[in-house]
Design a protein around this ligand. Sequence first.
Ligand code: AMP
Ligand code: MG
Length: 483
Amino acid sequence: MEQENKHWNWNNSYLTVNQQLYSKVVPSYVELPRLLLYNKNLADDLGLPSELSSDAISALAGNGVLEGSEPIAQAYAGHQFGHFNILGDGRAILLGEHVTPTGKRFDIQLKGAGRTPYSRNGDGRATTSAMLREYMISEAMHGLRIPTTRSLAVVGTGDEVYREYVSEGAVLTRIAASHIRVGTFQYAAKYLPKEELRAFCVYVIERHYPEVAEEENPPLAFLRKVQDKQIDLIVDWMRVGFIHGVMNTDNMSIPGETIDYGPCAFMNGYDPATVFSSIDRNSRYAYGNQPSMARWNIACLASALLPIIHDDKEEAVKLCQEVINDFPIVYEKRWAKMMCSKLGILEEQEGDDSLIKDLLHWMEANKADFTNTFLQLLKPKNEHIGIYGVADFQSWYTRWEERVSMYAWEEVFSLLNRFNPKFIPRNHLVEETLHQAANLNDYGLFNRLLKVLQVPYETQKGYEDFQEPPLEGDGDYRTYCGT
Ligand code: AMP
Ligand code: MG
């Protein structure tokens, strides 16, 4: 352990924020820690050892505390499906912040490490399958070059977890720029006096957006920055067909990373109404609603910041409104630019809008696979088979060919390859890998899929079947929270 302790460079700045924002906790003891996955590439980036001793594995399951770590559970609130609730880390424990050899600061968090003062009726635990799922999809998002929390390790606990089925528990070590959420500000606004809310905001600005500290109204500039980051993130999600599934304000990260991989899934056939989450009965977080839901969440952040944006509430509301009004304008612009890039269009022109929308309409009407449709643009016409061979797609394709003919093909080709992944974590594949790994203890398929998803923009011979959507469509595929 001593060997490893020297790799950790703890600097737990969150302990300097108002004490109402966290509780000191100790991870709960587990029966039989067993390392299931360790992300050596990430460990290397973080300056951590490439092998873990058995003591370190135990510590990442919650048995014993790494030297220098000062575990806490963070308090936060959140609008869950539109309803305000007081929450907090109910099954996550922040071990502390590790500063890498290149000076980058990361939260090191154990997810599924036992009960905390915020657990309410929950057991504080997570199933192996759910933690493997988060590991797989967060690493896939990283491969897709989309900001995300990362997964360093999954350690089985040897203890039983009771859900619909009894299964073994596991603890995920999650790495994030921080776990500060929109909901953290909602909590701070509810419980802290104004000057303490301001102090917290100063802390967060210094940690994530130091460039706004010098602005005339730092909290307002901060609001705009967070909005800006969220817009970029949502545009990225839309680009690859990612559906977060539970975009509550407690699951929206202030540094703009994708966080909380509970019920998320990837869209196969294009349909803006796609929803997989079992608890999202009103389709609040459907694929096509994600931009407006992000804006709704930013409005919640604005609400929390009002008292420190201006002493006069009406004036504060007006200032925030100006920011929030810009959301759809900025979003539409960035979305259009992204869609142009997906079509290999170097610079947007009049008429591109209808080229994009006509393709999307065609895809929706034909239930065409979102990912694979864009890959058709990399193929010559004579290789278009199935629905891509029919006249309406072909006439669209001819229009597109004409549109990009003004550019050098190498440039179009390079843009197409950068914006269109060849591989996404297909739901049916993810489920099959989780079944084999969590239930049969066979990690072969899991590791093969993970490897492919680390470089999803590359052609990978022999893995063509990983590109196929499920033969029968998504059927009644459902995802779950809190598993
Ligand atoms: P989610 O929207 O899935 O992030 O979860 C909402 C809240 O429920 C968070 O505060 C979680 O910490 C908490 N939570 C989820 N699952 C559990 C569990 N098994 N035990 C305790 N708290 C949980
Ligand atoms: Mg959450």
